[in-house]
Design a protein around this ligand. Structure first.
Ligand code: ITT
Length: 195
């Protein structure tokens, strides 16, 4: 089965390709030039569907299945921020490093060295006939210290529940078993098998 990914995030592409070894998972940039998609929804689900629909409509092929991921981290001491704004936490053109250090700085401004936090992933599937969306979560703690260089995004400051190392330090196989994305992708697999 051919799955077109509506994402420009290389970390997501890598994890989704590793998770769906039985499928041909192709980033949409292999069909058309990447374009800006305005993510103006107010939930992860809204934004995942916005991205999947935008890419489905832009590719103009009826027989494809498009999958999009909208995800982010919610930090208790920050009242759930950055949440759906995780990719833009340090500003419109911020990269992963800028966002990571901005989050460390926010913890310090709150005079804490750590906080409970969780990741959310919404995975949307869009075909000519149908639309679906499923979610997954991973709970843990964020630290004001950057450790390891595995994973991507906020992983070097996130310690999953039940572990004493960050996702930057832990083996990628562990993340692939316990992550928000892995949980949502296994639900999405059940849907894909019906298409
Ligand atoms: P696309 O919209 O093109 O998919 P994006 O990076 O802009 O790429 P999002 O809008 O979904 O994607 O933003 C997700 C943000 O949350 C981004 O800053 C990621 O670094 C972070 N994030 C999501 N999942 C993560 C994970 O598994 N590990 C670390 N950071 C993650």
């Amino acid at each position: 089965m051919k799955l077109v990914l509506a994402t420009s995030n290389k970390g997501k592409v890598r994890e989704i390709q590793q998770f769906y070894k039985d499928y041909e998972v192709i980033p949409y940039s292999e069909f058309i030039d990447e374009f800006e998609i305005i993510e103006d929804g107010i939930t992860f689900k809204d934004n995942a569907l916005i991205k999947a629909r935008a890419v489905f409509n832009a590719i103009k092929m009826d027989n494809i299945i498009v999958l999009a991921d909208d995800s982010g981290i919610s930090v208790d001491v920050l009242g759930g921020e950055p949440g759906i704004y995780s990719a833009r936490y340090a500003g419109k053109d911020a990269n992963d490093k800028d966002n990571l250090y901005k989050l460390v700085q926010s913890l310090e401004l709150h005079n804490v060295t750590n906080s409970k936090a969780y990741y959310t992933a919404a995975i949307a599937i869009v075909t000519k006939e149908s639309e679906f969306c499923v979610h997954g979560w991973m709970y843990g703690t964020v630290l004001n210290e950057v450790k390891g260089d595995g994973g991507f995004g906020y992983d070097p400051i996130f310690v999953p529940e039940g572990y004493d190392k960050t996702l930057g330090e832990l083996n990628n196989e562990i993340k692939q078993k316990i992550s928000h994305r892995a949980k949502a992708l296994s639900l999405a697999k059940v849907i894909l098998q019906t298409l």
